[in-house]
Ligand binder design. Structure first.
Ligand SMILES: [Zn+2]
Length: 198
């Protein structure tokens, strides 16, 4: 039975499916919700998207998202320029910032090495990182990529390249979470915490 095509609805659903983790059903649900219950929100979303795509760029020094050529952290003279922390994403950088425990600068990879997705070290700006870390001011590069298989591989490759240039690379320690009880911590974490005790 022929059905009248709903082109703009279909286009909206297809566009929403581009979001990570959104399948056909969720995309349709979001589209119906926006059109039926929140048209103001839909317009706000579309304007915010255009605004962000037009204005957000990568910081020339650390690669994170910023509206200025150099981001606020890189511009801050109070930060300790001798320490450079390498993270995978701006979200990881924000998590580090929330700890208040790190006063140095960052380099944001905007991803991780992932052979399955065809992402190698050079797609993550390895050369830019090496140049950045060789500025004569940086004394230590702290590799704070995630403790996943891909994050570990990324840290390993970066550490090798940094050390080959005579630069000091360190890795975040793995340990028992604050506030946890040993009997509930997984064995791998306990083993690492024991090996990296101090
Ligand atoms: Zn920056």
């Amino acid at each position: 039975m022929p059905v009248a095509p709903a082109h703009s609805l279909e286009a909206l659903i297809q566009a929403l499916r581009r979001l990570p983790g959104v399948g056909a059903k969720s995309a349709a649900r979001m589209a119906y919700h926006l059109l039926q219950r929140d048209r103001d929100g839909a317009l706000q979303l579309s304007q915010a998207l255009v605004q962000a795509v037009d204005h957000m760029r990568h910081c020339e020094r650390c690669h994170t998202f910023t509206e200025a050529p150099i981001c606020a952290i890189c511009q801050n003279p109070q930060r300790d320029a001798t320490r450079l922390c390498v993270v995978e994403t701006p979200a990881d950088q924000a998590a580090m910032e929330r700890t208040g425990a790190f006063a140095g600068l960052y380099f944001v990879l905007m991803g991780r090495i992932s052979p399955l997705d065809g992402i190698g070290p050079h797609d993550l700006g390895l050369k830019k990182l090496l140049d950045r870390a060789s500025d004569g001011v940086v004394q230590e590069v702290i590799l704070a990529t995630n403790f996943t298989a891909e994050g570990e591989m990324t840290a390993h490759v970066m550490a090798q390249a940094l050390k080959a240039r005579g630069l000091r690379a360190t890795r975040l320690a793995r340990g028992v979470p604050v506030g946890s009880e040993l009997e509930y911590v997984d064995l791998g974490t306990i083993a690492h915490a024991l090996a990296e005790r101090r």
